[in-house]
Design a binder for this molecule. Sequence first.
Ligand SMILES: [Zn+2]
Length: 189
Amino acid sequence: MAILHGWRTCPRCGSLLANHGARAVCTACGSIYYANSAPCVSALVEDEAGRVLLSRRAVEPFLGLWDAPGGFLEEGEHPADGLRRELLEETGLAGEPDRFVGVWMDVYGDAPDAAATLNLYWTVRVGEGEPEAADDVAELRWFAADELPAPDELAFTTVKDALAAWRALPERRAGVHRLSAGRDREERL
Ligand SMILES: [Zn+2]
């Protein structure tokens, strides 16, 4: 497991570790270190037109590519609280998790010690207000479901997978259908 890649001494006491990859045990103080996947939360923010808000990354990994607002959970933090916090930090928007979209495994970049990540996605409804990009976000933009960035312009493989799952959500498809029916009616009037 990559998170313990290169670990040779105990961070607590400095003695030698027996590093088994998924687990490292200190030969002196007995501390045990586990290589778990890091939990992350991501928001698929939708507007009333059925578009989704994506953020262009201003930091590595995948600098310049499109991502969903979100990030790593803090220790002891509930995923719903982490989702609200990350959304507010990155976009300035207050929002509530709505529909759980799914969970996907990924890796945070391609360095030898890159953390394996466990990624939870929700659709999110936001209140009034325009999204404003934070420092680690180059740009925020709304995308219609049939005008998403090309696969090679998306950051993590989980973003591609989550957007595909989002497009296939039955209630989203029903919502889009209602919107198009509404447009047809307006055109006829
Ligand atoms: Zn130790």
